[in-house]
Design a protein around this ligand. Structure first.
Ligand SMILES: Nc1ncnc2c1ncn2[C@@H]1O[C@H](COP(=O)(O)OP(=O)(O)OP(=O)(O)O)[C@@H](O)[C@H]1O
Ligand SMILES: [Mg+2]
Length: 503
């Protein structure tokens, strides 16, 4: 049924586009397919009922006249046969008390009026009525004009004992008698129809608004909000089930869109980070290659200079100040070359299982020895539990720890404290000191060649080398504050090999 209606609608609207415009929305469709048919059916019903009432009323009024005619036919025939005009008049006058009659008269068989009451026709001798009544011997009814008015006339033939027509009775009733009652009724009926039409339209409009219109309006407003950049907006689940399911569907769709947007954003950011990392690692690799080559090239002439300076010392004596200065500068240059080689990754890393506790202890002991005779001490405080072994290049991890512990020792007033603890899937190592704490921008401290130390005292590669080694092993390095008010470097190293960047 629904499909048939859809096909019907489509055909209608495609044939008459104006209908498409008129039935363009649900409200108009309801008006067109519910209210209008109901109103038309009501009108048709009233019209048919009216015609029936009209016919019934007419029959009733006509049969009234026939009954009256029958009632008086006896006495009138007798009076006519006896020539008693007064009796005829009296009988005719009595009809006014029986019903609503306009006029009553008696005619002889030729159509001459014998007696009358009310408004009647004077003479019917020239009319065909007397002849027709005599021929048929039956009653006759017709609308005629009497006294300038349209009247309904009932003619009844009067017979003597031997069934010969002696005359006839004419009883009339105004035509307006038939219509006036009905016209009053017509007015009332069509007023009721107008009221019914208003009630139907009102009911359809209210029903549409309360049932679906207001909910669709809310949906429209919600969609406008989503379109106006409120992607977090969600539709309230209310109204009839059909609208509720639309709201649920829209919410699910919006959730899906938001989720996909978030995923896209995350993927975009991850790709961006990856690209940056790739660029960084490519740059680092290039810088590393150049640095390594450069350091190697410098190393050979430096060892030659160092050798020749040592040989010259035999002739000039060990106290020669110029020679001592040259050897000092050569030593510093050699250290820098070492640092540079350490910063760029070694070509062949030696990966092996490492005893974490031992690694830390060795690094702390080395610095402690370097500090012997000074006010500062370097101490390792084991956590009391067995630390998980690490996997990596022991020499490079040692170098990273040494750089950080040496940094701390260089600024500490009295004490450098190294602690370690097991963490999920790795080891935490904290190096704290009681020095002045990290200066300025902490990110900058990790950059190669950044130093706050006096010229010739540091290359600024210590932290950069350590960060690069931690990175090689899949670990992290963070600069913070120690409980003693100094600096604290927190390292984390995974217990297994670095997952994504194998050494
Ligand atoms: N424990 C610390 N407390 C305060 N400042 C620190 C500490 N460790 C490092 N720094 C700061 O970070 C800077 C960079 O350190 P980094 O080890 O990279 O270079 P450096 O120590 O200056 O030189 P070198 O190459 O000899 O190590 C240092 O100059 C210093 O200012
Ligand atoms: Mg340093």
């Amino acid at each position: 049924m629904y499909i048939l209606r859809c096909i019907f609608m489509t055909q209608l609207t495609s044939r008459w586009p104006i209908l498409g415009k008129l039935l363009g929305n649900l409200q108009q469709t309801l008006m067109g397919f519910v209210a209008l048919p109901l109103i038309l059916v009501a009108a048709l019903f009233i019209r048919v009922a009216f015609e029936q009432a009209n016919a019934f009323q007419e029959t009733l009024l006509k049969s009234d006249l026939e009954l009256i005619a029958r009632a008086i036919s006896g006495p009138v025939t007798e009076a006519l046969l006896n020539g008693e005009r007064e009796n005829m008049k009296a009988t005719l006058a009595s009809v006014f008390s029986i019903g609503r009659v306009y006029g009553a008269s008696v005619f002889d068989s030729d159509g001459r009026r014998m007696a009358a009451a009310g408004i009647t026709e004077r003479d019917l001798t020239h009319s065909r009525i007397p002849l027709q009544l005599a021929d048929s011997g039956e009653k006759r009814e017709e609308y005629r004009k009497v006294g300038g008015r349209r009247v309904f006339s009932h003619f009844m033939p009067l017979f003597d004992e031997s069934d010969r027509t002696q005359g006839f009775i004419q009883i009339t009733r105004r035509q307006t008698d038939f219509t006036s009652a009905l016209s009053r009724l017509t007015w009332l009926a069509w007023s009721l129809w107008a009221l019914l039409a208003a009630v139907i339209i009102g009911t359809v409009l209210t029903g549409h608004y309360r049932g679906i219109g207001r909910h669709l309006k809310l949906l429209r407003q919600g969609m406008a909000r989503v379109a106006a950049d409120s992607p977090g907006y969600r539709f309230e689940i209310r109204g009839p089930r059909e609208v509720q399911s639309i709201s649920v569907g829209l919410n699910t769709m919006l959730d899906g869109i938001q989720r996909r947007e978030q995923e896209l954003e995350q993927r975009r950011m991850a790709e961006q980070t990856l690209q940056l990392q790739l660029r960084d690692s490519q740059t680092l690799a290039t810088v590393g290659r150049i640095t390594r080559g450069f350091a190697h090239e410098l190393g050979a002439p430096l060892s030659v200079i160092e050798g020749r300076a040592r040989r010259l010392g035999r002739y000039l004596g060990a106290d020669d100040r110029d020679l001592a200065a040259i050897r000092h500068q050569v030593r510093q240059l050699t250290e820098t070359v070492h640092d540079l080689l350490n910063y760029s990754r070694p070509a062949e890393p030696q990966v092996e299982p490492i005893d974490t506790d031992r690694l830390i202890r060795d690094a702390v002991n080395t610095v402690a020895e370097e500090l012997s005779g000074k006010a500062v001490v370097a101490q390792y405080q084991p956590c009391g539990q067995t630390l998980q072994p690490l996997q990596g290049d022991r020499r490079r991890l040692q170098l990273a720890l040494l750089n950080i512990i040496r940094n701390a020792a260089q600024v500490a007033r009295y004490r450098v404290l190294v602690t370690a603890s097991g963490s999920q899937g790795g080891v935490n190592i904290d190096i704290s000191d009681d020095g002045p704490g990290f200066p300025g921008n902490r990110d900058q401290l990790m950059e190669p060649f950044y130093t706050t130390r006096a010229s010739g005292e540091g290359t600024g590669l210590g932290l950069a080398i350590s960060a690069s080694i931690l990175d090689e092993h899949g670990g992290t390095i963070n600069l913070g504050d120690s409980a003693a008010g100094g600096g604290r470097v927190s390292l984390w190293l995974p217990s297994g090999p670095a997952p994504e960047r194998p050494l």
